[in-house]
Design a binder for this molecule. Structure first.
Ligand SMILES: Cc1cc2nc3c(=O)[nH]c(=O)nc-3n(C[C@H](O)[C@H](O)[C@H](O)COP(=O)(O)OP(=O)(O)OC[C@H]3O[C@@H](n4cnc5c(N)ncnc54)[C@H](O)[C@@H]3O)c2cc1C
Length: 249
């Protein structure tokens, strides 16, 4: 709503792909033990599967699946498990077991926008997906929103009423370059979405001893990965608005 008031209406672009996503109790998998962080992909789709919770009690998965006819923008749309299982029918038995044991799943149309020209005006400013929505291929949307909140609170700390406008400008200046870069990198991080998979171009993923020898099984390839995020808002630079150069606070 605020974005539309600031910048006018603009529809996001549908990428033609959807994410099926859920968590469920790992006990539903019986004796099957999965790799800790695993991404499986075929020529035009992929699925990421990992345990969540310290005792690995739950399974999480998220897919990127071509479905050019599903354009519903919603956080509560249900996915059809039969359609999902069919979409990954040629994948490794671990993937099929995870999908077969899944009790229910939600579904998101993956849409995107370009970086916005500005985030605020006067005493109003945006944060999170409202100003930098991104595809989930770098798993950074929520992380970036949390960083925004950390930097915004630091920009506002100790500021009096007459300094708020300037503090909000400083916040925007501090965050926009970084989040625009993540937005655009995530958009490009679609290897595996079409064409051959470039071996070795794993982008954000680290610690992939097994990925270096990609296995080719039943039409899908897998890499066992450890995804490393660097969430350290306390170390994020806040631009020194007055001097126009970055400064660590
Ligand atoms: C498939 C998928 C996978 C993802 N995976 C990851 C991941 O691995 N890592 C990661 O960091 N991020 C991930 N993300 C992105 C992440 O979910 C979002 O970036 C994050 O939720 C954005 O948080 P937000 O608070 O900005 O917006 P939201 O989470 O959208 O919160 C906005 C809230 O405002 C409410 N609202 C809207 N309008 C109004 C109104 N007028 N009045 C009152 N309330 C209102 C909404 O109901 C909502 O609760 C993923 C996203 C998707 C779709």
């Amino acid at each position: 709503m605020v974005r539309e008031i600031l910048l006018g209406p603009e529809r996001p672009r549908f990428t033609g792909r959807v994410a099926y996503r859920t968590t469920y109790p790992a006990a539903r998998l019986g004796d099957l033990k999965l790799d800790d962080n695993c991404k499986w992909w075929g020529p035009d789709r992929h699925i990421v599967i990992y345990y969540v919770k310290p005792r690995r009690e739950e399974i999480y998965f998220v897919t990127s699946t071509p479905e050019p006819d599903f354009e519903v923008e919603s956080w509560s749309a249900r996915g059809d498990l039969k359609v999902l299982c069919e979409a990954y029918a040629g994948f490794h038995p671990d993937v099929r077991a995870v999908l077969a044991a899944c009790p229910e799943v939600h579904k998101w149309a993956l849409v995107e926008r370009d970086p916005l020209p500005r985030w605020g005006e006067g005493r109003a400013v945006l944060l999170g997906d409202a100003c930098h929505p991104m595809t989930p291929y770098m798993a950074q949307g929520a992380a970036a929103a949390i960083e925004d909140a950390a930097v915004l609170s630091r920009c506002l700390a100790g500021v009096k009423a007459d300094g708020i406008e300037r503090a909000l400008q400083r916040y925007e200046l501090s965050r926009k370059e970084r989040t625009s870069r993540i937005q655009l990198t995530s958009r490009q991080n679609t290897w595996g979405a079409s064409g051959p998979i470039p071996h070795g171009s794993m982008g954000m993923m680290r610690g992939m001893s097994r990925s270096q020898r990609l296995e080719n099984e039943m039409g899908s390839e897998r890499s066992s990965t450890l995804i490393t995020h660097h969430y350290r808002p306390s170390e994020l630079a806040i631009s020194a608005f007055d001097r126009g150069r970055p400064q660590r606070l």
